[in-house]
Ligand binder design. Sequence first.
Ligand SMILES: O=C(O)C(=O)C[C@]1(C(=O)O)C=C[C@@H](O)C=C1
Length: 201
Amino acid sequence: MPRYRTGRLPSFAYPRHALALLVLILLAGCQLQPPEPADEDKLAIDRMLSLIDERLDVAPVVARSKWNSGAAIEAPEREAQILGRVADEASEAGVDEAFAREFFQKQFDASKQIQRRLHLRWVQEGRGPFASPPDLAEEVRPVLDRLTPQLIDALGDMQRIARVEGAGRYLEARARVLVQDDFDGEPRAVALAPLIERMAR
Ligand SMILES: O=C(O)C(=O)C[C@]1(C(=O)O)C=C[C@@H](O)C=C1
């Protein structure tokens, strides 16, 4: 005897499968939407990145000044002077001193990378001196000094939002837009490393 399907099974079971499938799709959708920091935190990250960019932008000016004067790219006494100030101001602003020092050391390293690469390029080009480059002590270093307290302030914000989910991912994506880098992204990666290491993805 043929067994007849009653028709109950499809009308009962398929809607349940469809519902389960819908729930799975919705859950997958939730997983595909990575968490994003709040607008206020995004603004703080953008400000930090713009300051890093501004600081890196001074490196070619330093390079031109040193090209003319023949001064060494590495200036350890100047780094020590900045780091001393950074330590004082960071502790006043409630920023972890080791974090602030590491951050500024990486900004020096990124600047030196840019300066070395430019000098190498100018050697290869057989470049002569630049016409009236700015004075390092009188004109260029004061620009960097004005950025120092602003960067420390921004580091305080980064410390506060370091555990915000998605902050690190947002920072990395925005860095490609806000921090220019004419050297294969290497100096930029160096400058950003202390932040990327600490920010939750
Ligand atoms: O002031 C200089 O001589 C620079 O080259 C700039 C800078 C900096 O980024 O502040 C970079 C490298 C030096 O070792 C010291 C300081």
